[in-house]
Design a protein around this ligand. Structure first.
Ligand SMILES: [Zn+2]
Length: 98
């Protein structure tokens, strides 16, 4: 999570319906550093968004997409949770299933 408004510049597409000119355009926006790679990946995939916030350690992070959906970003609580998640995905692998 970013402390003290730690942000980086990411080129984002402003959708036509949100644009003051009525035309879509690209603009550099300050994005919370820890979620900036996710935002950049969404932009590279032409997924329009309205807003983003990492939650700054106080709440879940979120990326509001232009179509009304919200991506929620949860942090793994601790090493035990992380290990359990990894084990879950490992056992979901058909190559390793009994
Ligand atoms: Zn952050």
């Amino acid at each position: 999570m970013c402390q003290d408004r730690d942000s980086v510049s990411v080129r984002v597409r402003i959708a036509a319906r949100l644009s003051h000119t009525g035309e879509a355009y690209w603009r550099d926006m300050r994005i919370d550093r820890c979620i900036a790679p996710i935002v950049a990946a969404l932009q590279a995939a032409n997924i329009d968004m309205l807003a983003s916030c990492c939650g700054h350690g106080k709440t879940s992070g979120r990326i509001d997409l232009a179509d009304g959906r919200v991506l929620t970003i949860e942090m793994t609580e601790n090493e035990d949770d992380k290990r359990r998640r990894l084990e879950h995905f490992r056992t979901a692998d058909p190559e390793e299933a009994p």
